[in-house]
Design a protein around this ligand. Structure first.
Ligand SMILES: Nc1ncnc2c1ncn2[C@@H]1O[C@H](COP(=O)(O)OP(=O)(O)O)[C@@H](O)[C@H]1O
Ligand SMILES: [Mg+2]
Length: 478
């Protein structure tokens, strides 16, 4: 059989590589993955405008690369998905450095240094490919003339520099300038890094610690579970075995919005709010891959789960099972584990949501509540407690016909509770715990209720209890 060489056109391939759908945030995160795989403990992002053009650099103090390793690193598709990887490696396709960079810029320079060696540098400029993948290797003078070269590692580490950032396009209808848009992207990159790498920043997770700074300002971690908060419920972790490796599933119930302080509320806002950020968080080597949403899990369609978060840790030998995409920003749940995860979540989350609501019920009981919570097979419902002394005493003042009508009115009230509005207001902490009516005749109404209870022979201590629970002033009446 005849064969002919059919190499892809470099220009055409390079332009296609640019369009795999990275955003600035996901592209920077992919460069950071390489730094973490190289055991870096400090990662600095620098950005600036040189001659009005934005430039960006990512510096790490990892083990760095020698000349040969750098050339391999710059090869598009070097260390591919079929090669075995070390357990801590965050790489996948051997493309990240190139595709992530080219998704944002046309000129990529990498300066790297192995311990005890001179720095080495290489550069791809898409405007200078001239029909071939001819990598430019930098002389010491070239290195010095590269933007941010003052940050060239003094012992070991790697500096990735992006120039010709041509993907920031100002919307014609927007008043924002090109510079504003770039700075906005930097701000949202800080949130993205804080979330995707939160385990590397926070002490409580068992992985090597990394500090992140953007233009020397430390990046704050965004912990989806508020795990340092006293009111977070950390539920029992369950492990699933798959192809000889373990998948760890750990559910959390985060505190209600009303229990969060200003900075925690701010963090929740950065993660999109309680509702949008509920769901499953998939990690691979402690790096967050997928955030929020329930990955079509059956067990988790309920509104009551808006406070639920589930971390799932997968090993990097399962990449193909989870359909990890090239940008490492989405996964899909393998059918092999879907049913098992569903069962775990159904059991654990259901119980915790019950605990959550039954706590509220006990509180209400203490207060001699007018409402009772009824747990049925299909879920909970609420009813007015007809045996409550207030309703009971009033009902006894009525004749049979009026009593029926009164009961009818109570049923209508029970049926017409605006669940959805209350739920939304509660999630947004938009509930005022007071009656919406004016207070003008409050005393008069309350006095007549107390008088009615007395006429019906309700004992004085019971009346006092009811008054306290319903915040009724009965002192002057005595
Ligand atoms: N910051 C870095 N420090 C050390 N080595 C790096 C760094 N960035 C990239 N490399 C090397 O370049 C290779 C290719 O990187 P990349 O294109 O991102 O693909 P992948 O991460 O999937 O292997 C890495 O496997 C690594 O050996
Ligand atoms: Mg990589």
């Amino acid at each position: 059989m005849e064969t002919v060489e059919c190499t892809p056109s470099p220009t055409c391939l390079a332009e296609s590589l640019r369009s795999v759908g990275y955003s600035m945030e996901t592209a920077i995160a992919d460069i950071i993955d390489n730094s973490i795989s190289a055991q870096a403990t400090a990662i600095d992002i620098f950005h600036d405008f040189l001659d009005e053009e934005p430039v960006l650099a990512i510096l790490d103090n990892g083990h760095g690369m020698n000349r040969g390793e750098l050339i391999e690193a710059m090869r598009p598709g070097g260390h591919g998905p079929l090669d075995a990887r070390q357990a801590h490696d965050l790489g996948r396709f051997g493309l990240g450095l190139k595709t992530a960079s080219f998704s944002q810029c046309r000129k990529l320079t990498v300066i790297s240094r192995r311990n005890g060696m001179e720095p080495v540098g290489a550069c791809w400029d898409l405007d200078r490919l001239h029909g071939a993948w001819q990598l430019s290797l930098l002389e010491p003078d070239d290195i010095q003339n590269t933007p941010f070269s003052q940050y060239t590692p003094s012992t070991c580490g790697t500096l990735v520099i992006w120039e010709k950032l041509d993907r920031i396009t100002a919307n014609k209808s927007s008043k924002k300038s090109y510079k504003d848009l770039f700075l906005e992207q930097m701000a949202s990159s800080a949130s993205h890094i804080g979330l995707v790498f939160h385990r590397f920043i926070e002490k409580e997770y068992d992985c090597h610690k990394v500090s992140f700074r953007i233009n020397k300002i430390p990046v704050t971690p965004l912990d989806p579970y508020f795990s340092q908060h006293d009111s977070t419920q950390k539920l029992q972790q369950e492990d699933i075995s798959l192809h000889g490796s373990t998948i760890a599933v750990k559910p959390y119930i985060i505190p209600h919005y009303s229990k969060l302080d200003g900075s925690a509320r701010d963090a929740l806002q950065k993660m999109g709010g309680a509702n949008a950020s509920q769901g499953v968080y998939v990690y691979r080597n402690n790096r967050l891959l997928a955030r929020g949403g329930w990955l079509k899990l059956k067990s988790c369609k309920k509104e009551a789960y808006s406070l639920a978060r589930v971390s799932i840790d997968i090993p990097n030998c399962h990449d193909d099972l989870w359909n990890l995409d090239i940008k490492k920003s989405s996964v899909s749940l393998p059918e092999l584990v879907r049913a098992e995860i569903d069962t775990i979540l159904e059991r654990i989350l259901e119980r915790s949501i019950r605990t959550y609501t039954s706590k509220g019920q006990k509180l209400a009981e203490k207060k001699l509540a007018l409402w009772v919570r009824l747990q049925g097979n299909k879920g909970a419902s609420y009813a007015l407690d007809r045996s409550h002394p207030l309703l009971d005493a009033f009902s006894r003042t009525l004749d049979d016909e009026s009593r029926k009508r009164f009961d009818g009115i109570l049923r209508l009230i029970e049926k017409g509770i605006p669940w959805e509005a209350i739920y939304n207001d509660r999630m947004g902490n938009n509930i005022e715990h007071m009656t919406p009516h004016s207070d003008d005749n409050r005393c008069e109404h309350e006095q007549s209720l107390i008088a009615m209870l007395r006429r019906q022979g309700v004992p004085e201590d019971k009346i006092r209890q009811i008054s306290t629970a319903l915040d009724i002033r009965c002192e002057q009446d005595k």
